[in-house]
Design a protein around this ligand. Structure first.
Ligand code: FE
Ligand code: FE
Ligand code: ZN
Length: 281
């Protein structure tokens, strides 16, 4: 079964997102837990969350992905910025307990001159501070493009973060196709090798979700500019091969392409066709 969907606006709540997803042929989706600028989050309506959990079951919606605000920096050098990030993330995790069993994805952050090693230390500390034994959400580190001083563009860096986390069973990784390509992993010409390396360094059992984006820029460019499926430097064939790969089947696939709903609908239809073909082969 292919679980595929796109990033949706969370302003109208869980049920509204669920309905929108179904209306565009999606069976998963992603949303920001709060205003992407990092501000206050609306309190979740428990009735809306409960109704969505029932809908997730009855409509066979796969695991959904809550995305942390990308402006927080969980490895900031500045004490206040760091404390703010940790408070936001802890609060997100608390609220996500209303929709148990799903994913919370975040960007490891930027070390801004402190060096990758120190960045990794701070991210690990952040996770050890916010994860709690009873939580039912799996927290995902996103593979990054390596723009500026971003941590997490090498599989080894994600491995090092995971190694320092005490509640490791609460952790996973989300592979972003645009980011890994920008990070220098050639998923166009050498997909099998990239997946083998991921498996060797991190373990494919940790790979929980996929962000499917084409890239405006060539391999290794460290730019992080998403493009519509088929219009970028990765291309539709390579992106279809990624989601149809026997080692990756079953993971929720989230489109973060520059689209409105009609564009997403179209991409979902096209990608489902590729998947159906490989299923019957
Ligand atoms: Fe992201
Ligand atoms: Fe992403
Ligand atoms: Zn990106």
């Amino acid at each position: 079964m292919l679980y595929i969907g796109c990033h949706l606006s969370s302003s109208a709540g869980y049920m509204a997102m669920g309905k929108t997803a179904l209306s565009i042929g999606a069976n998963t989706f992603q949303f920001f837990t709060r205003n992407p600028r990092g501000g206050a989050a609306k309190e979740i309506d428990p009735a809306d969350a409960a109704a969505f959990c029932a809908m997730q079951q009855s409509e066979q919606i796969g695991k959904i992905v809550a995305h942390a605000s990308y402006t927080i920096n969980p490895c900031s050098k500045d004490e206040n910025t760091l404390r703010f990030a940790r408070r936001m993330m802890a609060d997100d995790l608390r609220r996500l307990e209303l929709t148990p069993g799903n994913y919370y994805n975040f960007h490891p952050g930027s070390h801004v001159g402190q060096g990758t090693e120190r960045g990794i230390e701070l991210i690990t500390e952040t996770l050890n501070e916010i994860l709690f034994p009873a939580q039912q959400t799996t927290v995902l580190l996103e593979t990054m493009a390596g723009k500026g001083s971003e941590v997490g563009s090498r599989f080894e860096e994600l491995r090092a973060i995971l190694d320092g986390v005490k509640l490791q069973e609460k952790m996973g990784v989300c592979l972003d196709s645009c980011h890994v390509f920008d990070g220098g992993y050639d998923i166009v010409a050498h997909l099998d090798d990239v997946l083998s390396e991921f498996d060797r360094v991190i373990g494919l059992d940790r790979l929980c979700a996929i962000h499917l984006n084409d890239s405006k820029n060539p391999l290794g460019s460290h730019k992080d500019r998403h493009e519509k499926i088929g219009l970028g430097m990765i291309g539709e064939t390579a992106l279809a091969a990624l989601i149809c790969h026997p080692k990756l089947r079953g993971r929720p696939v989230i489109l973060e392409t520059p689209n409105e709903l009609p564009g997403y609908t179209d991409e979902i239809i096209r990608l489902r066709k590729y998947y159906a073909q490989t299923e019957t082969e």
